[in-house]
Design a binder for this molecule. Sequence first.
Ligand code: NAD
Length: 338
Amino acid sequence: MTATRLLVTGGAGFIGSHYVRTLLGPDGPPDTAVTVLDKLTHGGNPANLDDVRHVPGFSFVHGDICDVDVVDALVAAHDQVVHFAAESPVDRSRPADGFIRTNVLGTQTLLDAALRHGLHTFVHTSSVEVYGSIRAGSWPETDPLRPNSPYAASKAASDLLALAYHRTHGLDVRVTRCSNNYGHHQFPDQVIPLIITHVLKGSPVPLYDSGLKVRDWIHIDDHVRGIELVRTGGRPGEVYNIGADNELSHRELAGLLLSLCGADRGMVRFVEDQQSSGDRRYSVDITKVQAELAFVPRKDLIAGLAETVDWYRTHRSWWEPLLPRTCRGHNDYERLPS
Ligand code: NAD
């Protein structure tokens, strides 16, 4: 049996590397070869791939998804693309040129190569943020996209571009729109690792906008399983929301994490957010992925958060060297009034 050759863009990042580790792990699909294409920007970290570096069938290419020649040669040698690469932390989306280049032009470069080489399947990982913000209820996939940040707008552009390549050219494109992920190996300037690492350092914990934003938290195990279901069983040209129905305000989330860390709530410092899109609440309706692909989020939130706290507690050598690269500058918070 010939191996399925998968090109995973952004596979050195938080979610992409977990996807690759899962595919090449003991429960992954048989006969699968994986090439990671990653530029190793802000969130990319070669150490995230240490567990699979020597697995047969794995290879790594340090390169840019906007590089037409690199992308063309790689796509020609693969059957499917799972596309994670993006400039992603929301609060760095000013100025927007890096986001537009990678998220929009990079996606277009991949889609064009996919067309040229008759690629079998192209999975595009979009985000719940493309929908905007919702006061009540949840978005089905048919809702219009109303992104508010430049990051979300660049994700919406690439999401719609991918779908347009299906409608215009018949390319087998499948889009996932997932809610906020958490778990191990997440860059320490994202909400959950930011709170945990501040507590572990004994620094005041910054909480933005009074902690009132509400997000649905999904563990990366569940997201990655959802992506695999879409890759292997989804329909071409379709969008699948992925979420876990774990809605919490940042204030509630911080309370849980502080308690799991055995820390006092007095460590929290409320900080005004100068850089936020203001999106108050995200909530996706996951009826479609449940009905069509039998997706069920399995990870209990408290258990998942406790495992995540444990991981950061026992992997200081992974996150401490990253602190100087965090977008908000961890050190700024060491100067917060205590
Ligand atoms: P991440 O920043 O950890 O990973 C992104 C990866 O893309 C990094 O390894 C980076 O080096 C790489 N990259 C950036 N620009 C590149 C370029 N020009 N060429 C090649 N590689 C490049 O982000 P993540 O949280 O793992 O997100 C992965 C994808 O999932 C993104 O598309 C994001 O929009 C989407 N997503 C994330 C979440 C979330 O909660 N983190 C939720 C829904 C969707």
